[in-house]
Design a protein around this ligand. Structure first.
Ligand SMILES: Nc1ncnc2c1ncn2[C@@H]1O[C@H](COP(=O)(O)OP(=O)(O)OP(=O)(O)O)[C@@H](O)[C@H]1O
Ligand SMILES: [Mg+2]
Length: 254
C-alpha cells in the first residue's frame, strides 16, 4: 500500500469539504481499499459525522506528544479509519510555521504503507493546519459550491496552490475541481458549471455532486451516505467520484 494522500481543501466555508472527505472515503472503503481520514479542522466535523470519539486527536501527533499509530481509531465501517480532531486543535495555528509546516508529513511517513488512501479534511482558511495538509499531500481536491461567488475564491485558491508548489512542494498535484450542491433546475448552478468548464476544463471532475437532502441528513445518523441511503443520488455521485479518481490514478481494475 502506498497511502496516496489527498487534501480536500478550499478556504471558503460550507462548500462540502467534510461531506466529500467522509463520503468519498466511505466509497473507497466499500470498494475494498483501506482508507484513513485525517481531520485537520478544529470543528471536528469529520469525526463527528462518523460518530468516533474525539479524545485522542491529531493535535498530540502534530506536537509529538504521541506517535500517530496510537491515535488512529476504527470507525463503524470496515476498512475506514479516522484520526479525529476537536476544538483544541486550533491551538496548533499559534505555533511557529517554520518549525511546524511539515509536522503532518513527518507523522504520515510512519503509516503510509498501512493504507491505500489517506484523505485530509481541511478547515476553511489558509492556516498552518491547512499548510500542513498541503505539504503532506500528493494531491488536492477542490470542492466548489455551485453559487455566485464560487469562482472568485477559486482563482485565489489556485494562486495559493501555485505558490506552495513553487516554494515548498513542487510535486503537489491538483486531482480535480469538484462541483458540489449542484441543482440543475437552478440557472445559477448551470452558469457556474459553464464558467468552470470554460476556465478549468482540464481539472474539472466529470462527476458532479447534486444537491441531495440525504447527504445533509447522513451525519446526524453517524453514517456515510452509502450506508444511510445506498440508492440516493448523493450515494451514486460519491461512488462515481471514487471511480473517476481510481481511473485518473490508473488504479481502476475494470
Ligand atoms: N450535495 C449536498 N446536498 C445537500 N447538502 C449538502 C451537500 N453537500 C453538503 N451539504 C450540506 O452543506 C453543509 C456544508 O457542508 P460541509 O460541512 O461538508 O462543508 P465544509 O466545506 O466542510 O464546511 P466548513 O468550511 O465549515 O468545514 C452541511 O450541512 C452539509 O450537510
Ligand atoms: Mg468541514
Amino acid at each position: 500500500m502506498t497511502g496516496i494522500t489527498i487534501a480536500i481543501t478550499n478556504q471558503k466555508g460550507g462548500v462540502a469539504k467534510t461531506t466529500t472527505t467522509v463520503n468519498l472515503s466511505a466509497s473507497l472503503a466499500s470498494m475494498g481499499y483501506r482508507v484513513l481520514i485525517i481531520d485537520m479542522d478544529p470543528q471536528g466535523h469529520a469525526g463527528e459525522h462518523l460518530g468516533v470519539k474525539k479524545e485522542q486527536t491529531i493535535l498530540e501527533v502534530l506536537t509529538k506528544q504521541t506517535v500517530i499509530q496510537n491515535n488512529i481509531v476504527k470507525t463503524y465501517k470496515q476498512n475506514l479509519y479516522c484520526l479525529p480532531s476537536n476544538l483544541q486543535l486550533g491551538q496548533f495555528n499559534q505555533l511557529n510555521p517554520t518549525q511546524y509546516q511539515y509536522a503532518l508529513k513527518g507523522a504520515l511517513a510512519e503509516i503510509k504503507g498501512d493504507f491505500d488512501f489517506i484523505l485530509i479534511d481541511c478547515q476553511p482558511s489558509l492556516s498552518l493546519l491547512t499548510l500542513n495538509a498541503l505539504t503532506a499531500s500528493d494531491y488536492v481536491i477542490l470542492p466548489v459550491q455551485a453559487e455566485f461567488f464560487a469562482l472568485d475564491g477559486l482563482s485565489q485558491l489556485v494562486y495559493t496552490l501555485k505558490e506552495i508548489q513553487n516554494r515548498l512542494h513542487p510535486t503537489l498535484g491538483v486531482l480535480g475541481i469538484l462541483l458540489t450542491m449542484f441543482d440543475r433546475r437552478n440557472k445559477l448552478s448551470l452558469e457556474v458549471r459553464q464558467e468552470l468548464t470554460q476556465n478549468f476544463r482540464e481539472s474539472l471532475f466529470k462527476t458532479v455532486i447534486p444537491r441531495n437532502i440525504k447527504l445533509a441528513e447522513a451525519p446526524s445518523f453517524n453514517l456515510a451516505i452509502n450506508d444511510y441511503d445506498k440508492g440516493s443520488a448523493g450515494a451514486d455521485a460519491y461512488q462515481n467520484l471514487a471511480k473517476e479518481i481510481l481511473k485518473k490514478l490508473n488504479l481502476d481494475k475494470s
